[in-house]
Design a protein around this ligand. Structure first.
Ligand code: ADP
Ligand code: MG
Length: 240
């Protein structure tokens, strides 16, 4: 397998007359925590949705693990997506929510039990297996949404503002949890955020986006020490 989890080449997308993505180039390494950082409306979610296959690019290619998936439907891609408020099935227990994708793929019962228990342990939710989603806090629900996305062992987990609906204290705690989860599973995480301190804290590398373009890609330290533009300097220097 390629050591590139994701390669995005010359990706462009317009909605009507608005150019939302303009010639995006990105490479995410296998097992890396990569963030797409930029202000609201700069095209982060659209880029993520194109990688997941939920949106088609006008131009450009998406490669996952070296294979061109530009024309591959979402359910055949080795990716999984978690949204800001990971919607759980309200009538199912936590266990059944996490097991859902494995059952759909006809995984054996013992294997399902083992893998759900394992991933609930990783996200610290073992004691909640029998609970209904409505009895969980926002942070607990988001942990379950992430567990559900990871249980099938995707090569790449795509997260769209996964912490932004949570209160600040919980965000700070879950940053560390996300990072440790990514290390434990060895899955490449691509995390969309508008919060520079979040991206700086958790990422191996960050792509800073502005108005449909990637301005710079680097480690937090590289972006901080050697920003290539006023925009990057201003955005990275912001306190939020
Ligand atoms: P971000 O996630 O960085 O906030 P988005 O990718 O959601 O940005 O959106 C980028 C731009 O594209 C915004 O101007 C948004 O209004 C526009 N946009 C996104 N999705 C659609 C759509 N389905 N139809 C029309 N415009 C869209
Ligand atoms: Mg968005």
């Amino acid at each position: 397998m390629s050591d590139h989890a994701i390669a995005v080449r010359s990706l462009s997308k317009s909605f009507g007359r608005k150019d939302v993505l303009n010639d995006i180039e990105l490479t995410v390494r296998a097992g890396e925590f990569f963030s797409l950082l930029g202000p609201s409306g700069c095209g982060k979610s659209t880029a993520l949705r194109i990688i997941a296959g939920l949106e088609r690019p006008d131009r450009g290619r998406v490669l996952l693990g070296g294979a061109d998936v530009t024309d591959t439907p979402p359910h055949r891609r080795p990716t999984n997506l978690v949204f800001q408020q990971g919607a759980l099935f309200p009538h199912m227990t936590v266990f059944d929510n996490v097991a859902y994708g494995l059952r759909a793929r006809r995984t054996g019962r013992a294997e399902i039990t083992r893998r759900v228990a394992e991933i609930l342990d990783v996200v610290g939710m073992s004691e909640f297996a029998g609970r209904a989603p409505s009895t969980l806090s926002g942070g607990q629900r988001q942990r379950i949404a992430i567990a559900r996305a990871l249980v099938g062992r995707p090569d790449v987990l795509l997260l769209d503002e996964p912490l932004s609906a949570l209160d600040l204290g919980l965000q700070l705690r879950m940053r560390r949890e996300l990072r440790s989860l990514q290390r434990q599973t060895g899955t490449a995480f691509v995390c969309v955020t508008h919060n520079q301190s979040e991206a700086m804290e958790v990422s191996d590398r960050i792509a800073v986006m502005n108005d449909g373009r990637v301005e710079q890609i680097g480690t937090a330290e590289e972006l901080y020490r050697a920003p290539v533009s006023r925009f990057v300097a201003g955005f990275i220097g912001e306190n939020n």
